[in-house]
Write a protein that binds this ligand. Structure first.
Ligand code: NDP
Ligand SMILES: O=CC(=O)O
Length: 325
C-alpha cells in the first residue's frame, strides 16, 4: 500500500507527478484557518510531511502517530522541535546547498540597495520628485573596498565572502564557532571575536541559524558597539535580533541603515516603525526566492522524503539520532 504524504506547499506538476507515483498525496494549498483544519484532519493517517513556514510543535505532531519523516523545504530548521522528533524517531531533512548562491545574492542585493539608497531614491523618481540633479543629501556610501563582516561563516556566509572579496575588493572579517582556514585562504578572511567584528566591520551581515544560542544575539549591547557608518544586514532569522533594539539603534543613528529580509514576526506588520525609515530596506523573506532555486529546493525535499519513506537514510538528514538504520 502507498504511504500517505501531506504536502503543505504546492509543487510543480513534474514533482507532483513523481510524488504521486509513489505515495498517496493530500495537498493543503494554503496555511490559512481552513488549511490548518485540513492539516489536522490529514495528520492521523500521515506517514510523511513536506512543506515550509509552519511551526510543527508537539501538539500538532501528536495528531500524527504514524509519522515517519518530515521534509522541510528550507535549510533553516528552527520551526521544528528536533529533540521531540528524534525521541519519536521521525526523520527530519532539509534543503542545504541548492539555495546557497541565491541567498547570498539576496544578501548582496541588500548590501548594495542599503548603501546606495536604491529603494529610497527609486521611490522618489517614481513619485515624480526628481526635478533637478541630486545633491549630497541623496548620496550613498561606497560598498567596494569597505570591510565586510560576516557572523556565521557557513555555506551562505562563505558565498557572501566570495562575492565581497572577488567582486568588490572587500576585506572580510568573520565570526563563527571556530576559524575556517580554507575560507581564510580563499578570501583572505580574518577570524575575530564578535565584539571586534561589530566594532570594525562596515557591513555587518548575519548568516547564522536561529538556535537557543543565537536567539537575541544581536541586541542593544551589540548595536552600541557598531559605528554610525555601519550598515546592518540580516538574511538569517529575525529572532536572532532584538528588533526593538534595532529600531532604537536606527532612530538614534547608532548605525547608518539596515537591509532586512527576515523579521521577528513574519509577515512584518504594515505599521512597523521599520517601514517608516528611509534608511531601511525591507524584503519579504525572499532569500532563496527564484524560480530555479525554489524548484531545486522542492526537488531536494521530494528526494529526501521518498528516500526516508523507502526506509533509507536521506542525504540531508538533520536529526541523525533518529536514524536506526
Ligand atoms: N533569508 C532567507 O530566505 C534564508 C535564510 N537562511 C538562513 O541562513 C541560515 C544559514 O544557512 P547556511 O549557511 O546554509 O547554514 P550553515 O550551517 O552552513 O552555516 C551557519 C554557520 O553559522 C555558524 N554559527 C552557528 N551558531 C553560531 C553562533 N552561536 N555563533 C557564531 N556562529 C554560529 C556556524 O558556525 P560553525 O561552522 O563554526 O559551527 C555555521 O558555519 C539558515 O539556518 C537559515 O536560518 C537560509 C536560506 C534562505
Ligand atoms: O529561510 C529559508 C530557509 O531555507 O531556511
Amino acid at each position: 500500500m502507498k504511504k500517505h504524504v501531506v504536502l503543505y506547499k504546492k509543487l510543480s506538476a513534474q514533482l507532483m507527478e513523481r510524488l504521486q507515483a509513489q505515495a498517496q498525496v493530500t495537498l493543503i494549498e494554503r496555511l490559512d484557518a481552513q488549511g490548518l483544519t485540513q492539516l489536522r484532519d490529514a495528520l492521523p493517517s500521515a506517514h510523511g510531511l513536506l512543506g515550509a513556514s509552519l511551526k510543527l510543535d508537539a501538539a500538532l505532531l501528536d495528531l500524527a502517530p504514524n509519522l515517519q519523516a518530515i521534509a522541510s523545504v528550507s535549510v533553516g530548521v528552527d520551526n521544528y522541535d528536533i529533540d521531540y522528533l528524534t525521541e519519536r524517531r521521525i526523520l527530519l531533512s532539509n534543503t542545504p546547498d541548492v539555495l546557497t548562491e541565491t541567498t547570498a545574492d539576496t544578501g548582496f542585493a541588500l548590501i548594495l540597495a542599503t548603501a546606495r539608497r536604491v529603494v529610497e531614491l527609486a521611490n522618489q523618481v517614481r513619485a515624480g520628485r526628481w526635478q533637478q540633479s541630486i545633491g549630497p543629501q541623496h548620496f550613498g556610501t561606497d560598498v567596494h573596498g569597505k570591510t565586510l563582516g560576516i557572523i556565521g561563516m557557513g555555506r551562505i556566509g562563505e558565498a557572501l565572502a566570495q562575492r565581497g572579496h572577488f567582486g568588490f575588493g572587500m576585506p572580510v572579517l568573520y565570526h563563527s564557532h571556530s576559524p575556517k582556514p580554507a575560507v581564510e585562504q580563499r578570501f583572505g578572511a580574518r577570524y575575530c571575536s564578535l565584539e571586534t567584528l561589530l566594532q570594525q566591520a562596515d557591513f555587518i551581515c548575519l548568516t547564522l541559524p536561529l538556535t537557543a544560542e543565537t536567539h537575541g544575539l544581536i541586541g542593544a549591547q551589540a548595536f552600541a558597539q557598531m559605528r554610525p557608518e555601519s550598515i546592518f544586514i540580516n538574511i538569517s532569522r529575525g529572532k536572532v535580533v532584538d528588533e526593538a533594539a534595532l529600531i532604537e539603534a536606527l532612530r538614534n543613528q547608532q548605525i547608518r541603515g539596515a537591509g532586512l529580509d527576515v523579521f521577528e514576526r513574519e509577515p512584518l506588520n504594515a505599521d512597523s516603525p521599520l517601514l517608516q525609515m528611509d534608511n531601511v530596506v525591507a524584503t519579504p523573506h525572499m532569500g532563496s526566492a527564484t524560480h530555479e532555486t525554489r524548484e531545486a529546493m522542492a526537488r531536494c525535499a521530494v528526494d529526501n522524503l521518498l528516500t526516508a519513506l523507502a526506509g533509507e537514510r536521506p542525504v540531508n538528514l538533520v536529526n541523525a539520532g533518529a536514524w536506526v538504520g
